[in-house]
Design a protein around this ligand. Structure first.
Ligand code: SAH
Length: 331
């Protein structure tokens, strides 16, 4: 689900139980170090109930400044920015998905995470933040193609890359012009990917998205003035919903993946709702994958899961690795 779960208090970030062992945020945030790197964040710091520094998570500018500082300090990504109103992704959970995907690819590589630009990932619905490509590049040196249907998200992501030459050398964005499609029309002739990932639109209507945004806002103790849907966590409506919601989106992804079954090693998607898993596994079984995985992920109180599938046999996966990762520095 694209919206982050607000922390239990408005001013402090607890340690994050359940994060991946390689996640840099397993022990919470070092606000002093982060504030030293970002003047705006420094101005937003305030003591929590125990006196430790934190931010007000109901303040969108503070949340954006925190993300900017985290990306700069922990990942070496300078100059991250996000247009007002765009989805502001919580970094720890997004990093977790990257690490779990790295483990999945490591299975094919003798237990070692394949690193470097030989590894090509396709991030479906990358958003204005480009969060997964930036984290995947910073952690493992992977290359990314990020797609989105939203023209504003693509423009913002393009601006982000224009200000960051290192990222621009490894990440490209492509607009999906047919909103009813996901993979169709995205791959270029002869193009292959080692992994696809997706944080799908979650809600099935703009009203459901707005209502949930309002609930989150109230959990933070600050109902939005004027009754409008708050935007600091929620993102614009298009980011949060699609016809049929998460289940329909991932079903469609599964169906389209079967049409390009030999062009990707592992396909994957986040599945936020536990009850969507069964029907999605059934949809997957109908396409006869060679292997599927359900990887449980936990961020604080929020449980999520990664559904992954491949249409390549074990022998074909070994050949894939020999052909694509052995040639250079991957692994
Ligand atoms: N990856 C970002 C944004 C996730 S929100 C993050 O994790 O924070 C889901 C995104 O999917 C939105 O940006 C939305 O515009 C995009 N989207 C919706 N339908 C799509 C489609 N058919 N193809 C590609 N992206 C799509």
């Amino acid at each position: 689900m694209p919206t982050p779960t607000p922390p239990p208090s408005a001013t402090e970030t607890p340690a994050k139980p359940g994060l991946h062992p390689r996640n840099r945020h397993r022990h919470g945030y070092d606000f002093a170090a982060l504030a030293a790197a970002d003047a705006e964040l420094a101005g937003k710091l305030r003591p929590g109930p125990d006196g430790a520094p934190g931010i007000d998570y109901a303040d969108p500018e503070a949340v954006r400044a925190l993300n900017r500082a985290l990306l700069a300090v922990d990942y070496g990504i300078a100059g991250w920015s996000l247009p007002a109103g765009a989805l502001c992704p919580p970094v720890p959970g997004r990093a977790d998905l990257i690490h779990h995907l790295a483990d999945l690819l490591a299975e094919e590589n003798g237990g070692t995470v394949p690193r470097g630009p030989q590894v090509r990932a396709l991030d479906i619905g990358t958003g204005a933040s480009l969060i997964y490509p930036l984290l995947g590049l910073a952690e493992y040196g992977w290359q990314f193609v990020g797609t989105d249907v939203d023209g504003a998200a693509i423009s913002a992501a393009t601006r982000l890359l224009a200000g960051n030459p290192e990222a621009a050398a490894a990440i490209v964005v492509r607009r999906q012009v047919a909103a009813r499609h996901i993979l169709t029309g995205i791959l270029r002739g002869g193009e292959h990917f080692d992994v696809t990932l997706c944080n799908p639109p979650f809600y099935d209507s703009p009203a459901a998205a707005a209502a949930a945004s309002g609930r989150k806002w109230r959990q933070l103790g600050k109902p939005p003035a004027g009754g409008g849907a708050p935007r600091n966590f929620g993102g614009s409506d298009g980011e949060l919903w699609c016809p049929g919601g998460e289940r329909a989106f991932v079903s469609q992804l599964i169906e389209e993946s079967a049409r390009i079954r030999r062009r990707c090693l592992w396909f994957s998607s986040l599945v936020s709702r536990a009850e969507h898993l069964r029907p999605l596994e059934a949809a997957l079984a109908a396409q006869h994958p060679c292997a599927t995985r359900v990887i449980e992920m936990r961020q604080g109180q929020k449980q999520s899961r990664l559904l992954a599938w491949t249409f390549l046999s074990r022998a074909e996966r070994r050949q894939w690795r020999e052909r694509r990762w052995r040639a250079g520095d991957a692994g």
